[in-house]
Design a protein around this ligand. Structure first.
Ligand code: PLP
Length: 387
């Protein structure tokens, strides 16, 4: 048989799934592994999805998504990000933020084009870049900078093959938030070197410290025409399973993405789009309640980790992840995660699953109750004290 596609085979397996699978069957396991809110989609959103089904709003939609939904998204990005976008030509509804990322990379990259991305990173970025024929060029995000990207290192990584910079703030897995000053420097680099920027803003609402506001690089001078903003309903509205995200960008890129949508998924599930519309138009209080709950959990987890021997961590400003340093335990992140799971029934993700720079750390998602966080910490402290 002839060999299967090289690009498809090069995509690294998910280190998150590995631990997740090992934990299956451990009934008393405390799982700090998943990247999704443990909250349910609000009832009014669920009902909107059901109404769409019952009312026969269950056909293919435009490739770019329902214009009514894109209009609601235009209103939201104006309100939240200060970004003006034409719903008819500059916004596209996608199957989660993941598909928005994929289609935008697919529309921008030619084989061998380089994409600069901070690492540790959301590991799917590597697979998506490679899948689209690109070459990921990782710039290390250092704990000493609170895991915020250093524009000087970005500049050093630029070559004649660089086509784009991929940013993620607030960050998965780091919880870091990139402030406006750093984004301005990156924007200046993008303009000077004529680069596209993909700005993954799916954790935009999850920012716990007002000193560093979450801003979109697309609003900075010279950036609107070269930036694709990726956003999603998954995290903000606890809608991971509905699979609705969106891209906001310049007309030529959105046109190409929309064109290619036809051959990938044709259009996002219609009932999910109606539910997403309700998410934007309906009451928003529960989003604030969820964010407050996450902030309280972050503090319990970060404060509690201070009592875990061999583990240290900075207080992340956003998303719902803690990236804790475990070098004091003397174990690799993989060994730490597997032993912690087997010996203490606590599941965390080894930092090595998040690309270069991740070794020596573990990621803990605080998507479990406050009681479970406390119990998980107690088990971790007992585990590390005994090694
Ligand atoms: C950084 C980041 N970007 C994008 C996504 C994609 O989310 P979705 O496809 O559910 O919108 C995720 C999901 O975990 C993420 O962590």
């Amino acid at each position: 048989m002839k060999e299967l596609a090289r690009n498809a085979r090069l995509i690294p397996p998910s280190g998150i799934r590995r631990i997740f699978n090992l934990a299956v069957g451990q009934k008393d396991c405390i799982r700090f592994t998943l990247g999704e809110p443990d909250f349910h989609t609000a009832p009014h959103i669920v009902q909107a999805g059901c109404r769409a089904l019952e009312g026969n709003d269950n056909h293919y939609t435009e490739n770019a998504g329902l214009l009514e939904l894109r209009t609601a998204i235009a209103w939201r990005v104006k309100e939240k990000k200060g970004l003006t976008a034409d719903p008819a030509t500059e916004i596209m509804v996608t199957n989660g933020g993941m598909e928005a990322l994929y289609l935008s990379l697919h529309s921008i990259l030619d084989p061998g084009d380089e994409v600069i991305v901070g690492s540790p990173l959301f590991s799917n970025y590597l697979g998506e870049i490679i899948s689209c024929g690109g070459v990921p060029v990782c710039v290390e995000l250092k704990e000493s900078r609170d895991f915020v990207i250093d524009p000087k290192e970005v500049e050093r990584a630029i070559t004649p093959r660089t086509k784009a910079i991929l940013l993620n703030s607030p960050s998965n897995p780091l919880g870091s938030v990139t402030g406006p000053d750093v984004l301005e420097e990156i924007a200046a680099l993008a303009v000077r070197h004529d680069l596209y920027v993909l700005s993954d803003e799916v954790y935009e609402e999850f920012n716990y410290d007002e000193q560093v506001p979450v801003v979109s690089i697309a609003t900075m001078p010279g950036m609107r025409e070269r930036t694709v903003v990726i956003d999603s309903f998954s995290k903000t509205y606890a809608m991971t399973g509905w699979r609705v995200g969106y891209a906001v960008g310049p007309e030529p890129i959105i046109r190409l993405m929309t064109h290619n949508q036809e051959g990938v998924i044709s259009s996002v599930s219609a009932c999910a789009q109606y539910a997403a519309m309700e998410a934007l138009r309906g009451p928003q209080e529960f989003v604030g309640d969820m964010i407050r709950a996450f902030r309280a959990r972050r503090d319990i987890l970060v404060d509690g980790l201070k009592s875990v021997p061999g583990v240290t961590c900075r207080r992340p400003r956003g998303a719902f992840y803690v990236f804790a340093n475990i070098t004091g335990t003397g174990m690799s992140s993989g060994e730490f995660a597997v032993r912690l799971l087997n010996e203490a029934h606590v599941a965390v993700v080894p930092g090595s699953a998040f690309g270069p720079g991740g070794e020596g750390y573990i990621r803990m998602s605080y998507v479990v109750s406050e009681d479970d966080i406390r119990e998980g910490l107690r088990r971790m402290a007992a585990f590390t004290a005994a090694i």
